[in-house]
Design a protein around this ligand. Structure first.
Ligand code: GTP
Ligand code: MG
Length: 655
């Protein structure tokens, strides 16, 4: 129990990933051994291996300012440094969203800051990630906690600008604070986003922590609500026990957090921090407990969640207790419960998400490969059958057999040619399908909308334009579904024709799940509408709000479609591949066999010799089929451990 628990489960996650990687690498060797490691197969395995490496486990902290988000992060993750690493103090402290992670591609630790002025550009936050030149890098000296903490102070930096400039940058006029230096200026955060990379053991295992500032930071950076929070495995909404649920807590909850409840695989928790404010040594333990429970009940009622989803804790005492090694204080802070819940949901969800993707892909790959081997075996058996019949009268029959083998090869070549047109047809259909969701289609929609946005003078007009934009996306998806259905039909009939013409069994082709794609995009749009609604409510400068919202939505949809196009291209390869593999494999066997027959005629090689060789080949194939089956079985058995099944159960109860 205790802090070790979290470290342990993250470590387990790392080991689990390693064991899957090992199995996949073994399978790649199997593919090579059986001449099945085509470029596509090889890149699929590599892709799976990479996805294992890159996956982050993300916990995001959100809530009004001064509730203790940053203190909680210090207590859970950085107590070992013996001091506060992230700046946490009374009043507004964290000024920009801060990501803590371990960047494998960087040799050194860093604090990377994105200037607030980048908000003036119509570039989404996530696109800035790859543009290093826009960020300011501060090296981190990780051996010295003091210097680390010192560097982190940048996260609290602000600057003075005019009110007009602040509004143009997307800040809400109502919440702007007057600058102390000049009365006509206001104080705004100096940075838009911060990324901290350093080799903390948990971060090295793939954990990513997101700290967000309070005070409407979520409102002025739509991408946070839209992108960063929903991607997390756990979102922790922090409240303070001494304040209870205030109006501004509730506003943040309703506008940015509550909607996450519907997201599958996301653990959402309310944390009631600062319970030490309710500790009352004079009144005794029982009374204190009662007081805490009362606040928990109120919190649950206000947020409309279960009482069991409210976790009470004292971040400050937890940090103090850990630093001073005061076990009783750590226990009293109740930090253990929060750590347990986080480690269980976050790891369980991540494992199963990652797992679904890998299991699906590797099952395809293994089943396809097995099918090729099975056909190979069939052909070898039929060759063996023919040779066995031959064993009596060699001469004449051998000649007949040679003629037959030549004919079969000719026939095979001819059939192969007839396959081309239907392949080309499917390729063309894939192009048409890709076109329905192309960048160009999207660009045209964006341009039209932008034009209308500029022309419309009222918010109502702008909203109407946005609605039209949403409708045109729906239209695009309908078209996409129609074409996808056609593509699926073509793939199916191509497979049927192939099996009939070649007499080779195939697994049924993978189909495009167009309806699922449409549903997913709808989800993206629903979230967007919700956000739009909230933005219009919060930001006083509505034209700025609408424009920012539009940029973010467009970015989301574009990213989504990019992924769809990528999947479609993969689909087309996946559908064609088995045919090519089968044809090549059969062709090679036929040629081989023909040569062997020729050598029976001209050399002193014997039928018995050839039969023996065939038998060995068949046996080898049997072994390799068993090996493939074993690979698949091992992979299936590596499914997220029992503990994560409990987590699913647990999460269901908690919701
Ligand atoms: N008594 C008490 N004070 C706490 C506790 N946790 C945090 N605080 C104090 O509350 C103040 C605010 O804490 P922060 O961690 O900076 O709060 P935050 O939510 O990160 O605030 P912003 O960064 O401004 O959004 C600090 O002075 C902390 O020391 C706690 O459990 N008990
Ligand atoms: Mg903070």
């Amino acid at each position: 129990m205790g802090p070790k628990q979290f470290v342990d489960s993250v470590g387990e996650f790392g080991r689990w990933k390693e064991s899957i990687a090992k199995e996949l690498k073994g399978f790649r060797l199997w593919l090579r051994r059986n001449q099945l490691c085509t470029e596509e197969n090889d890149s699929r395995v590599s892709h799976m291996l990479e996805s294992l490496k890159a996956e982050y486990l993300t916990i995001a902290f959100a809530g009004e300012f001064s509730r203790g988000k940053t203190e909680l992060i210090n207590a859970i993750f950085f107590a070992d440094y013996g001091q506060r690493i992230l700046p946490s103090q009374a009043g507004r402290t964290t000024m920009c969203p801060t990501e803590l992670l371990f960047d494998q591609s960087s040799q050194t630790s860093y604090l990377r800051l994105l200037p607030i002025e980048t908000r003036l550009q119509d570039v989404a936050l996530s696109d800035y990630r790859d543009m290093k030149s826009h960020w300011v890098d501060i090296p981190l000296l990780t051996h010295s906690p003091q210097e680390m903490a010192q560097a982190m102070q940048s996260i609290t930096q602000t600057k003075s600008v005019s009110r007009v400039d602040a509004i143009a940058l997307g800040f809400d006029a109502a919440t702007l604070e007057e600058s102390e230096e000049a009365p006509d200026k206001v104080e705004i955060p100096a940075w838009r986003h911060a990324i901290v990379s350093f080799p903390h053991p948990l971060l090295k295992q793939g954990l990513r922590i997101i700290d967000t500032p309070g005070l409407n930071a979520l409102g002025s950076e739509p991408e946070l609500t839209f992108n960063l929070l929903p991607q997390a495995q756990s979102v922790v909404f922090v409240l303070a026990a001494d304040a209870g649920v205030t109006a501004s807590d509730l506003q943040i909850w309703e506008e940015h957090i509550e909607q996450l409840k519907t997201r599958p695989n996301l653990g959402l928790y309310a944390v009631l921090n600062k319970i030490d404010a309710l500790w009352d040594d004079l009144a005794g333990r029982k009374k204190t407990e009662k007081a805490i429970n009362r606040v928990i009940r109120q919190t649950a009622r206000h947020l409309k969640i279960n009482e069991t989803d409210v976790i009470s804790v004292s971040a400050q005492k937890a940090l103090l207790g850990k630093v001073k090694d005061d076990k009783a204080l750590v226990l009293k802070s109740q930090i253990d419960e929060l750590e347990n819940v986080l480690s269980e949901t976050i790891l369980g969800n991540k494992e199963s998400l990652l797992w679904d993707g890998i299991l699906e892909q590797s099952t395809h790959l293994i089943e396809d490969s097995k099918q090729v081997l099975r056909s190979r075996k069939e052909q070898l058996e039929s060759q063996r059958g023919e040779l066995e019949q031959l064993q009596g009268n060699q001469e004449t029959e051998l000649r007949e057999l040679l003629d037959k083998s030549r004919d079969t090869q000719e026939e095979f070549k001819k059939r192969h040619l007839t396959l081309k047109p239907s392949q080309r047809l499917l390729e063309r259909q894939t192009e048409i399908l890709l076109n329905t969701v192309s960048r160009k289609t999207m660009d045209e929609m964006i341009q039209a909308t932008l034009q209308d946005l500029v022309n419309s003078r009222t918010t109502v007009g702008m909203m109407r334009t946005l609605k039209r934009f949403f409708r045109s996306i729906e239209g695009m998806m309908n078209e996409f579904c129609r074409e996808a259905e056609l593509s699926n039909k073509m793939a199916e009939s191509m497979y049927i024709k192939f099996q009939r013409d070649f007499g080779i069994e195939l697994l049924s082709p993978r189909l495009i799940q167009a309806k699922k794609t449409r549903r997913e995009l709808q989800h993206v749009l629903d979230n967007a509408s919700q956000l739009n609604h909230n933005l219009i409510l919060t930001l006083s400068e509505q034209s700025v709000a609408v424009k920012r919202f539009f940029t973010t939505t467009v970015h989301q949809v574009s990213q989504f479609l990019k992924q769809v196009r990528k999947e479609l291209r993969q689909w087309s390869i996946d559908v064609m591949n088995p045919l090519a593999h089968q044809v090549n494999s059969q062709k090679e066997l036929m040629e081989n066999h023909h040569e062997e027959l020729l050598s029976l005629q001209h050399t002193d090689a014997t039928i018995e010799g050839r039969l023996k060789a065939l038998n060995i080949l068949i046996l080898e194939l049997d072994t390799e089929l068993v090996n493939a089956e074993d690979s698949l079985k091992t992979l299936r058995q590596s499914a997220p451990s029992k503990s994560s099944e409990n987590v699913v159960e647990f999460a269901r109860v908690r919701r």
